[in-house]
Structures are given as structure tokens and as C-alpha cells.
Design a binder for this molecule. Structure first.
Ligand code: SF4
Ligand code: MG
Length: 317
């Protein structure tokens, strides 16, 4: 199917001060050469440990930040060539924390209608009617438009954030850890809401999470990120059945088993994630990889297609 978003070799490095008395500037290689595409109507899951660059990538994809290098094309046109109004009708974002992403001093109706008011997408009455429709679409009640965020639970606030995101009928929503701040009992409800909205409106999602079990549950394809680079990308089914990259294999082994009596700690990968200021040479995973070979610290593996719709960056392939 057709791609709505195509990114090619994008990089985003931040300068950081290298200690109080140091004159040299170091750089954090937050996103370090990523190429991928998002297809119309799909959910692309993006998974990795904290600090792997997922949130930076999300901000680059929504145009909140610009890449230092590489291109981002939306519907065949460069992202920065679209006007702000066009962009808000194409791209929206749902953030992790529904407590801090909604202005506590604004009523829900004002929060949801923000883009519609900025981009003058209707008369006052039309916008008010649209707000009430949106509230119903996300499982709230029309009269809730008068309330303030603190009058809602975490799950309801995330519903408000979703209503705000779909207000302009976007093509793509970037969801950055949208359920990780919620109680487990509420997570499935919010995920189901996202799914049903997607089916109704043919939306695409980029779904970002550190939790591979959540991602593989909701995604059509999954991309695995490590230290600002892609390690593997495949359909969710294929990745689950046939993980090829050693990092993906370890992440899958770390997915908690359903029996709480056997369930261990969240992460079982040995060694700390190296600093993105000085990522390892060669394959960025070689300092923690149980299958590392001599070449791994010397040459960086390219992302290669090993099967249909399955790409891996590893010298084993
Ligand atoms: Fe491990 Fe080498 Fe593959 Fe990197 S390239 S994942 S170090 S085997
Ligand atoms: Mg993050």
C-alpha cells in the first residue's frame, strides 16, 4: 500500500556541555541515521529502551524539531513545505502524560477545539458542535466540554487528548507512550479506542513504547531502535515469530510471562545502555551482544532486507 510518510537517513545531534571546566562540546547522537516509511492506514510500532531516541524521532516526525540531516516527506512533499494549517490537518501527537499535556486552566472544550480555532475551521457554533461529537467519539459525554482536566481520571484525560488529536481529521497520529502512565486496567480501553478510531477514519499511527508486548499487540509493523539507529523492522507477526537481531531476541525474551509467579524484573539485558554521546564504534549493540564477533566493533552493519518486509542491521546476516 502507499506510503504517507517517508524518512531518509535523518540525523539529529544535540550539543551538550562536556563538564563545567571543559571547553570542548560533545554531541548527543539522539537520532543517528534512520530510514523508514509509514504506510497509509497502518500502525508502525517503534520500540526501544529509554534514551534510544524514540521521543526525539517523534518530535522530528511531527515537525516540532528539524533534523540536521536527511529528509522527511509527507504525502510525497517535504514536511517543511507544508503550511502550519496543512500540517495540523495531517499530523497530530498524543503524549505520554495526560496530566501535563492538558492545560489545567482550560476547559475541555477549549482544549479540544484549539487547532480548529487557530486554523479557523468553522463558525463558533460549528466548532462547538464538533467538540461535542468528538467527546462522544472518544467515549465521553457532550456536556463534559465545560469541565476542567482535574475533574477527569488519567484514562479520561487521555481520551480528551485523543479527541484533540483527531479534531482536524489528521492522516497520522504519533502516539508517544500513550498508555504507559495509565493503570493497567485502563490501558486496554485506551488501546481499543485508538484501534476503533483508526478503523473508522483510516488513520495511520506511529506508536512509540519501551514495551514490546504493548507494541506488538497494537502494531502492523514494528521497528526496533537502539542508540538512535534502527536494528530491525518487520511485520509484528514476523518479528515475533522470527526475530533476527540479537537485540530484538533479547527484548522478546524479556517480555514478561503471563504467570505473575514466574515474572521477573522488567529488563534482563546485561550491561547498561552506552551513552549516546559516545556510542560504540561499529555495531552500536556490540558492547552488550552475546553474539558479537570481531568485525562488530569495526564496521557498522547496514540495514539489509533478509525476507519480504523484514530488514535487519547485523553482521550475522
Ligand atoms: Fe551482535 Fe554483531 Fe549483530 Fe551487532 S552486528 S547485533 S554485535 S552480531
Ligand atoms: Mg520518551
Amino acid at each position: 500500500s502507499e506510503n504517507i510518510l517517508e524518512i531518509k537517513d535523518i540525523k539529529r545531534h544535540y550539543p551538550v556541555s562536556n563538564g563545567l571546566f571543559s571547553l570542548s562540546k560533545a554531541t548527543v547522537k539522539a537520532v543517528n541515521g534512520i530510514t523508514l516509511e509509514v504506510k497509509k492506514g497502518e500502525t508502525l510500532g517503534l520500540v526501544g529502551e529509554s534514551g534510544c531516541g524514540k521521543s526525539t524521532l517523534a518530535r522530528l516526525l511531527t515537525g516540532l524539531e528539524k533534523p540536521d540531516q536527511g529528509s522527511i516527506n509527507f504525502k510525497g512533499r517535504k514536511l517543511d513545505e507544508w503550511t502550519a494549517t496543512e500540517r495540523s490537518t495531517m499530523l497530530q501527537m498524543v503524549f505520554q502524560d495526560p496530566y501535563s499535556s492538558l492545560n489545567p486552566r482550560q476547559r475541555i472544550g477549549k482544549i479540544i477545539s484549539e487547532s480548529m480555532r487557530i486554523h479557523k475551521s468553522g463558525s463558533k457554533d460549528e466548532i462547538q458542535q464538533r467538540v461535542e461529537e468528538l467527546l462522544v467519539q472518544v467515549g465521553l459525554r457532550p456536556e463534559h466540554h465545560k469541565r476542567y482536566p482535574h475533574e477527569f481520571s488519567g484514562g479520561q484525560r487521555q481520551r480528551v487528548a485523543i479527541a484533540r488529536a483527531i479534531a482536524m481529521n489528521p492522516d497520522l497520529i504519533i502516539c508517544d507512550e500513550p498508555v504507559s502512565a495509565l493503570d493497567v486496567s485502563v490501558q486496554a480501553q485506551v488501546l481499543n479506542l485508538l484501534k476503533s478510531i483508526q478503523q473508522e477514519f483510516g488513520l495511520s499511527y506511529v506508536f512509540i513504547s519501551h514495551d514490546l508486548s504493548v507494541v506488538s499487540h497494537i502494531s502492523d509493523r514494528v521497528a526496533v531502535m537502539y542508540l538512535g539507529q534502527l536494528m530491525e523492522i518487520a511485520t509484528a507477526e514476523e518479528l515475533y515469530r522470527n526475530p533476527q537481531h540479537p537485540y530484538t531476541q533479547i527484548l522478546l525474551d524479556a517480555v514478561p510471562v503471563p504467570d505473575p509467579a514466574v515474572q521477573g524484573e522488567d529488563v534482563v539485558i546485561s550491561g547498561d545502555i552506552p551513552s549516546p554521546i559516545s556510542p560504540p564504534s561499529g555495531c552500536p549493540f556490540h558492547t552488550r551482544c552475546p553474539k558479537a564477533m570481531e568485525i562488530c566493533s569495526q564496521a557498522q552493519p547496514e540495514l539489509k532486507e533478509t525476507e519480504d518486509d523484514h530488514r535487519v542491521a547485523c553482521h550475522l546476516y
